[in-house]
Design a protein around this ligand. Sequence first.
Ligand SMILES: Cc1cc2nc3c(=O)[nH]c(=O)nc-3n(C[C@H](O)[C@H](O)[C@H](O)COP(=O)(O)OP(=O)(O)OC[C@H]3O[C@@H](n4cnc5c(N)ncnc54)[C@H](O)[C@@H]3O)c2cc1C
Length: 378
Amino acid sequence: MDFTLSKEQELIQKMARDFAEQQLEPLAEQIEKENAVPDHILKGLAELDLFGLAMPEEYGGAGAGYESYVLAMEQIARVSCGPAVIISAHSLGLGAINKFGTDEQKRKYMPPACRGEHICSFAFTEPGTGSDPKQITTVAVKDGDSYVINGTKRFITNSNYPGPMVTFARDSETGHPTAFIVEKFCPGYSVSEPWDKLGWHGGPLCDVYLQDVRVPAANVLGVMGNGYPVLQHGIAYGKIGMNGVALGTCLAAYEEGVRYAKEKLHRGTPIAKFQAIQLRVAELAMRYEASRWLAYRLGCLANTATPAGDFEKEAALSKVVIAENAAAAARIAIDIHGSYGIMNDYKVARLYRDAVMGPQVEGVIDMQKIIVAASILR
Ligand SMILES: Cc1cc2nc3c(=O)[nH]c(=O)nc-3n(C[C@H](O)[C@H](O)[C@H](O)COP(=O)(O)OP(=O)(O)OC[C@H]3O[C@@H](n4cnc5c(N)ncnc54)[C@H](O)[C@@H]3O)c2cc1C
């Protein structure tokens, strides 16, 4: 067991931190207010290989492994969640293509996505369901050599950017969910106005309308009628990115809490002298440390995951702890700030809005606990 980062991992962590502090920090409030990430920031992230960091070099990725990916995501999200959420949802779709795609599909879709020229999406949720694949109503009807897809997908991150979208629809042959690669903005594809979310501003979220979208049979991802493993695997790997986002928020809350405790004076001395504040500082450190090692560990496990290793359970377990720790840490940091903490001029208010997003997304907390318990009790 070795908890030290390799030279390469340290380098990737530093590269992401430098970019976040130098390029992103000056724009963090703008991203918050405008709910959009400037194109040059996405380009900068692409130049750092962050759109394909964990993907194999053979298909245009950097081959740096999932543990490097989580290290980079933490540093980006520490400064601004929007760009990190874009990369996380992109990596979820891209990871599914990497795992289940044919060689032809990977050669076609992965290199431009790894270069950040295309941004991937993963479309499962519908107005009627976000947790239950049995309830999806989007349909794919076989017509010659292609499938015609109709339905509405709700809350789809990155759906306003061109690129491949892994889309779940009930196919007409098996009657079960199947995963298809849909090229966004093909004929019949349209999106709603972006949702006005509480947090993660800059991470674009729209509904997707699929009206007679024609997809070649060659774009079936994985096995017909067997979309469930694509979904399960996809969202388990997606949690590596989600963990990175929550971890970065947790770190920022920790740093803001400590900074304010040292700066704010009462009768001429910092409030850090109060034991009540010290207990909160300790709590911040504890929550961050616990989250950090779980997040990094999941990145390591992802590189070598086997079905016997029960990666889905590990991913679900880590997501619960890390997302809830981020929400708790943001709340503690607000408490340290007193009333200033709930003023929008203060960074902790933004951190709180960001932190409460994680528990609700890519599988709500209760569903994650059900996955963990099912694995233990089977
Ligand atoms: C910012 C953001 C980004 C998103 N990005 C994407 C995306 O890119 N792609 C995508 O497909 N979706 C995306 N989503 C959707 C998100 O993943 C789902 O909304 C989420 O999984 C929860 O689904 P739901 O809202 O339908 O909740 P529901 O499934 O309706 O759950 C509501 C409540 O019921 C409980 N519940 C549900 N089923 C059970 C059960 N069987 N047993 C016990 N309790 C249960 C849940 O725990 C929860 O408390 C995004 C959402 C947000 C907010």
